[in-house]
Design a protein around this ligand. Structure first.
Ligand code: 5GP
Ligand code: MG
Length: 179
């Protein structure tokens, strides 16, 4: 068990690199079986999913494209409150199968918003692949199509996920111990 410090917080090892990679093997196999012949467009949701996307795509053997997007949030002036906007998806997505690659699905807000925007852009089938899923936090009546590992609600860092911008380069995943 490895204990690390990032700024004011202490974390301990939760999932090792080899456990992460075994989970990704399973996700990739499922995608290879289910999406054969569909020429999917994989879309990595930056920043957090960059490491998962790299390891996942090395294992996907389909004819496919890979792209990247960022999600920008801002405070709206209307009563609907918070809006989120896609940045950087330039491909023509009409009629395609799109697989969103996320690091983690927590409340499910981001997943629901992204799916809706992609369907509004004319995508035929939107699927969600996430390395990590917190089923107890997920408020939405939706589950990701491909999940690597289910987790409790606790805050985690590593393998792409950050605390105040730090920790993304850690190869294992760590959980917060001093709350
Ligand atoms: P959701 O919209 O599902 O609530 O949250 C999605 C985003 O919240 C993730 O893509 C991630 O950026 C962030 N997030 C959720 N849980 C955690 C966590 O435990 N650790 C870190 N570092 N980010 C998280
Ligand atoms: Mg994310």
């Amino acid at each position: 068990m490895d204990v690390i410090q990032i700024q004011d917080k202490t974390f301990e090892t939760l999932i090792t690199e080899s456990e992460i990679l075994s989970a990704i093997d399973v996700v990739a196999e499922k995608i290879n079986n289910e999406l054969d012949g569909k020429r999917p467009l994989f879309v990595c949701v930056l920043n957090g999913a960059f490491m998962f996307a790299a390891d996942l795509m090395r294992r996907v053997k389909l004819e496919c494209e890979i792209s990247f997007l960022k999600v920008a949030s801002y405070e709206g002036t209307s009563s609907t409150g918070r809006f989120k906007q896609l940045i950087g998806l330039n491909e023509d997505v009409k009629g395609r199968t799109v697989v969103l690659i996320e690091d983690i699905v927590d409340t499910g807000e981001t997943m629901v918003m992204l799916k809706k925007q992609l369907y509004d852009m004319g995508v035929a089938d939107v699927r969600m692949a996430t390395l990590l899923f917190k089923p107890e936090s997920c408020r939405k009546d939706v589950t990701p199509d491909y999940v690597g590992i289910n987790l409790p609600k606790d805050f985690i860092v590593g393998y792409g996920l950050d605390y105040n911008g730090y920790g993304r380069n850690l190869t294992d995943i760590y959980t917060l111990i001093n709350k």
